[in-house]
Design a protein around this ligand. Structure first.
Ligand SMILES: [Fe+2]
Length: 606
């Protein structure tokens, strides 16, 4: 048995992943355990959890992989960026991985942290107690980790690979191919030319938080007009035939690290950045729309180039920018790949999984077995609480609940949804990646015209424009949406089917007025441009969730419900039943489902 622990940490959204004999056994983000959003510290709690899932200790591990090379990152941070090479997608160094055993502080730190995971004070203490670590520590390349996370768990025997993010060590995007267990990176685009950083610059400028507010910009885009597209194209970037981009550094200041944009940028777009939390105006909406249009164009250009270069039928995507589901939807529709697969933990958390799989397949040369679906287990790779643990927790705290048999539960929850109730659903293993996929979700009736504002204002406590996503039974997706493909990870956007739409005279409406209009039979999940960010639900991957939606369909004729992550604004998604109960009581949610236990808000004594 070979056990490998993959780790990503110290930048944004730390995570760990355990791979045993090539199987992904467990993976989670540290923020879920520490309750610190995007926690970047060493993922001690997650490592502990992953090991416990397989009943291992850190000493039992054979390999520990770190998702990038801190030494190279350090090198980039030291450099001055004024004289960067103007090269585009340059030819990439080697097709063979460069495994490093670094002599920096990292190995010591990892040893000490993993000793702590085993309950020791530190590595030295562990040694004194006769517990020596035998495992080998390896460091992957940042984009190689992303690429591995995109290809190895994918359902394809062979595929082209495209990774796009802000920046790793030097690379900001890479392309390559995967065949069997071989992964070859062909070319890379280098800092400071970066689609991710360009998007983040606009995230910053529109007054949202870089590295987490990108979703808000994407959500705001449909309310605006693409007014600034030409200004961006004429001044900020050059899009090249080889898929690469070149950013004009006169407008950015991320190299200096203090702000994303500078005075020249402000001048071009007519003023300073919006102050966070201040009123969102039409200008921010227009900026959001413009940068979204540019991002889609750049991504399409990159994907077309990858297709031209590799001539492969399938495409795998990862890196933070691959979470831009609107752009992904266009890649699927407009670039001649037969199918695309996107790593659900496309951001840096997924690097933990990538490096662990890269050690198994690339370093150890173990074959890859593709059998039907992908290897992500629906991304349900986190902790699950047993019925007994939940019952104990409920009883010890004197909380009022109803207990149902497993067969009764879908009907009970389906009935609540049909009656317009908002339900917190906590069941099964927690999702790995930024999306809740029916195990740590808040769900509601997608047909209700009030559901979007109720959920935004009374439950999530966030901006009213933020759209909600639908979960739809896989069998019915093409009746309700212009999509007939799997989208299990909510990473594809498609339009509501014409037959389910209600046409609206858009000319009369501007900005957020667009929000109040009913556009389809499922208004709670229909965006102002008739699009929706879809999760297809299959019975095999998440049986209880599928049965709940089916029970709702039997009562209403509608196989679509609203699914939003189980958290409030600014908090990580819930992990434990305690987190879920706390969140349930803080909001105006009507019911909480903890596995077989159903709690109604009315019967809770506050
Ligand atoms: Fe990354």
């Amino acid at each position: 048995m070979v056990s490998i622990l993959g780790i990503s940490a110290f930048y944004h959204d730390s995570a760990a992943c355990l791979v045993i004999d090539g199987e992904i056994v467990a993976a989670a983000q540290e923020e879920r355990f520490t309750r610190i959003k995007h926690d970047h510290h060493f993922p001690l709690h997650t490592a502990r959890y992953c090991l416990s899932e397989a009943k291992l200790t850190a000493r039992d591990l054979d390999f520990v992989g770190f998702y990038d090379k801190p030494l190279l990152k350090f090198d980039r941070l030291l450099e001055t960026y004024l004289d960067y090479a103007p090269a585009g997608f340059g030819s990439f160094l080697k097709s063979m991985p460069l495994w490093m055993s670094e002599k920096l502080w990292m190995p010591d730190l990892i040893r000490t942290e993993l000793a702590r995971a085993d309950g020791e004070d530190d590595d030295r203490q562990a040694k004194k107690n006769g517990k020596k670590f035998e495992w080998k520590l390896l460091f992957g390349d940042h984009h190689e980790s992303h690429a591995a996370s995109a290809f190895y768990p994918s359902p394809f025997e062979e595929a082209a690979i495209l990774t796009i993010d802000g920046v790793g060590e030097w690379a900001t995007s890479s392309i390559g191919t995967g065949k069997g267990n071989e992964l070859t990176l062909l070319q890379e685009l280098r800092y400071p030319n970066s689609v991710g950083l360009l998007y983040s610059a606009f995230t910053y400028y529109t007054g949202f938080k870089v590295n987490s507010g990108e979703y808000k910009v994407m959500g705001l885009a449909p309310y605006g007009e693409p007014k600034y597209v030409n200004a961006i194209k004429d001044n900020l970037l050059e899009v090249r035939d080889d898929g690469s981009i070149k950013l004009n550094q006169d407008y950015f200041s991320y190299s200096q690290g203090l702000r994303m944009t500078n005075g020249t940028f402000d001048k071009l777009f007519g003023g300073p950045p919006r102050k966070p939390e201040s009123q969102i105006t039409q200008r921010e909406m227009d900026l959001a729309r413009s940068i979204q249009v540019i991002t889609e164009e750049v991504m399409l250009n990159m994907a077309r180039y990858v297709h031209r270069e590799t001539r492969m039928k399938h495409l795998c995507l990862a890196g933070g920018v691959a979470l831009n589901c609107v752009a992904n939807g266009r890649v699927l529709k407009e670039v001649p790949f037969d199918e695309i697969w996107i790593q659900p933990a496309a951001g840096d958390a997924g690097g933990a999984l990538g490096v662990a799989l890269a050690i198994w397949h690339r370093y150890l040369g173990k074959p890859r077995v593709v059998s039907g679906g992908d290897a992500m287990k629906g991304s349900y790779l986190g902790p699950r609480d047993s019925e007994a643990e939940i019952e104990k927790y409920l009883n010890e705290n004197g909380l009022a609940y109803m207990k149902y048999a497993r067969e009764e539960l879908p009907g009970v929850v389906g009935e609540l949804l049909a009656a317009g109730k908002v339900v917190g659903l906590h069941q099964g293993r927690m999702e790995f990646g930024p999306r809740a996929l029916g195990c740590r979700s808040i769900i509601g009736d997608a047909r209700s015209p009030q559901m979007q504002s109720v959920m935004n204002l009374k439950i999530k406590y966030r901006e009213s424009f933020r759209p909600f996503a639908p979960s739809v039974l896989r069998e019915h997706v093409s009746e309700w949406f212009e999509l007939d493909a799997d989208s299990p990870y909510m990473l594809l956007v498609a339009e509501v089917a014409p037959g389910k739409r209600i046409e609206v005279d858009e000319q009369q409406l501007t900005g957020l007025e667009k929000l109040k209009v009913k556009r389809s039979e499922i208004p709670a999940v229909t965006h102002v441009d008739y699009s929706a960010r879809i999760q297809t639900v299959s019975r095999e991957t998440n049986p209880l969730y599928w049965e709940i939606i089916e029970a709702f369909r039997q009562r209403t004729g509608c196989p679509v419900i609203v699914n939003t992550s189980f958290n409030v604004r600014g908090e990580p998604i819930v992990c434990t039943p305690q987190d879920s109960y706390r969140c349930f009581m803080r909001t105006e949610m009507d019911y909480l489902v903890l596995e077989n236990f159903v709690l109604s808000k009315d019967s809770q004594s506050v």
